[in-house]
Design a protein around this ligand. Sequence first.
Ligand code: TXA
Ligand code: MG
Length: 341
Amino acid sequence: MPATKIIQLSTEYPDAYKVKEAAEVLRAGGLVAFPTETVYGLGADALNADAVQKVFKAKGRPSDNPLIVHIASLENIQQFASSVSGKGMQLARRFWPGPLTLVFYKKIGIPDGVTAGLKTIALRVPDHAVTLELLRQFGGGIVGPSANISGKPSPTSAEHVYNDLNGKIDLSIDAGPTKIGVESTVLDVTVDPPIILRIGGLSREDIEKEIKEVHSTNKSDMLRRSPGTRHRHYAPRARVILFPPADEEKYRELIHQNIEQRKKIGSITYSKVLADIGQSVFHVVLESSIEHIAGNLFRALRELDRHEVDIILIEGVEEKGLGAAVMDRLRKAAFHDGREI
Ligand code: TXA
Ligand code: MG
């Protein structure tokens, strides 16, 4: 495939004419990377089985990992879901458009590739003017896994999409960096209380304010409900080591150990104090607000890979609100050879 065409669009006032070009590519069974408020997605017509297969191929995604279908509004749920629980509808009304993906029983006629053979389907209305316009013009559902090579950190800018998928997809929309920076929260609403399958841009606390009770799940149940979670995720090329928030002593020790082993070290921390330690370390210092950390984490991991470091030391965060999603990504990034370190 020739180089991917890139179109620039303003997030606030997307040019409807340029969006039309993207909708036409989708209609013709092509692949279009699109922005959302969480991360960039890799889009294809959800009802075109061949186009859906192309998504798996471009990403190198294992076929047992189902895709999220993006829709323009609540009214489109019925096109894809066979039944909608009261709580499912309540949450959709409250949080869409937004970083919440809801898992419903699927309707027949949806290509098996989309749902990886499961009886359920994941739906979400993204909160991004460009993609809402695209969905309206396209008229159907758009599958949208994160637009990265499978296993890598999700793309939070069109540049990341370019680095991973140039030449493998037809069109890429550039609407600047994404707002939230971690993916949507995936919630199974086929059961009551609903179960969180992936914590993300919408916090557990916010969901609980709306429906009181929500469950997490154990590993085997999770694998049954969301088989894709078994695969490696968010992993840069370098090995990632997590250390507890503000633990200066542990950080010094890790730097010392790795310098002794002649490793090229990168770090991601949130305070000046830690950034002053270790002269030969490639430091990425993020602001300490959890919104800023979430928004810049994947960018920072990719940046350190570009510097070709061997090891990335990352400071943990407090596990509440958006911090739970950040810690989930950090743990997965730090998961090596079947063991967490
Ligand atoms: O924020 C997001 O969700 C982004 C943007 C582009 O919308 N998309 C995204 O897609 O992160 P992806 O494919 O990288 O992650 C989709 C997640 C996976 O964990 C997958 O296993 C889960 O959703 N999933 C999809 N369909 C499912 C289903 N029917 N049942 C359970 N889990 C499902
Ligand atoms: Mg992904």
